[in-house]
Design a binder for this molecule. Structure first.
Ligand SMILES: Nc1nc2c(c(=O)[nH]1)N[C@@H](CN(C=O)c1ccc(C(=O)N[C@@H](CCC(=O)O)C(=O)O)cc1)CN2
Length: 301
């Protein structure tokens, strides 16, 4: 899609589904190739340390997948599972030891953290060069000034998905729903870097439907199931659905629902499904970031 393309209210196109699982597999193959190449050339084996505090069921699933996919890419995985009651100081001491270990290239602290721990203090303690989540203020600053650094995985995944359908971002109207530090703000920065005209909306935004209707690109990251309805989306617009909410049907069955009413978006240009859209890209981009961090470490000797 280009800025010059026009959209008609009677556009008969059926929305194209952007397959996040397939793209994540492709990125995984490329990451594994880069990891093997780095190892063969320098002896550096990209290594990711994952820290899980407590027993949140969803976090356990995500961490298991991170460990499995790290190993599947031929990289080294280190796992630290800590009790939910751990003191913040103990977690900070673990981070300090991982920061000091030259064999560790990426550090990821799975979120959310238990209440007694100040997540900001913990994320700020990670060496920015090993911050494969891209949450450290140094990496946030680099992203907002466009000077590189490690970019948060879900926003990076959104951009990789968009890249499969958007040719020229310049001048496109992008509306980001949600202003979180993890998705909304960084994805807005990445879209701005591509010279989109970006609007970030949030809980206090007035006239959300009207604003979304102006969008060529919609990134929905509000965590509100089926918030974005079909008549909010202009024909031909590209919709990236970041929301993943687990709901229970009337028949007692659990399923995942996105922030967009997927079944009402037949007139969109392309849509990411939930599940199988942005979610799988998060882990693929995490491994890609780990190889990037390992390459930089190897280059620095
Ligand atoms: N330190 C971090 N913590 C968290 C992050 C993060 O990026 N860094 N993101 C989320 C959880 N997350 C990865 O950690 C994650 C979420 C969802 C998926 C995913 O593949 N979802 C599937 C559905 C999976 C299911 O059945 O539940 C999909 O959408 O297809 C991967 C990773 C919060 N914490």
């Amino acid at each position: 899609m280009t800025a010059a393309q026009s959209f008609s209210a009677t556009d008969p196109r059926v929305a194209r589904t952007i397959d996040g699982r397939a793209l994540a597999r492709t990125i995984g193959v490329e990451t594994a190739r880069q990891a093997a190449e780095l190892h063969a050339r320098t002896g550096v084996l990209p290594t990711l340390a994952v820290v899980l505090v407590g027993e949140d069921p969803a976090s356990q699933v995500y961490v298991r997948r991170k460990v499995k996919e790290t190993k599947a890419a031929g990289m080294r995985s280190i796992e630290h599972r800590l009790d939910a009651s751990i003191a913040e100081g103990e977690l900070l001491a673990l981070i300090a030891s991982l920061n000091a270990d030259p064999a560790v290239h990426g550090i990821l602290v799975q979120l959310p953290l238990p209440r007694q721990i100040d997540a900001t203090r913990v994320l700020d303690a990670i060496d920015p060069a090993k911050d494969v989540d891209g949450f450290h203020p140094v990496n946030v600053g680099r992203l907002s000034t466009g000077i590189g650094g490690l970019v948060p995985c879900t926003p990076l995944g959104c951009m990789r998905l968009l890249d499969t359908v958007v040719e020229d971002y310049r001048g496109l109207n992008a509306v980001v729903i949600g202003k979180s530090n993890i998705v909304g703000k960084p994805v807005a920065m990445l879209l701005l870097e591509r010279e989109c005209t970006v609007t970030v909306t949030h809980i206090a935004t007035k006239g959300l439907a009207r604003i979304v209707r102006t969008a060529d690109i919609v990134v929905a990251a509000a965590g509100s199931p089926r918030l974005v309805r079909g008549d909010w989306v202009k024909p031909g617009a590209i919709v990236i659905d970041v929301g993943i909410t687990r709901v229970t049907d009337e028949d007692g069955k659990e399923r995942l629902v996105g922030d967009c009413a997927f079944d009402e978006l037949g007139h969109a240009g392309a849509v990411t499904p939930v599940p199988g859209g942005v979610g799988p890209m998060t882990i693929a981009c995490l491994l890609a970031n780990t190889v990037q961090a390992a390459r930089r470490a190897a280059a620095l000797g």
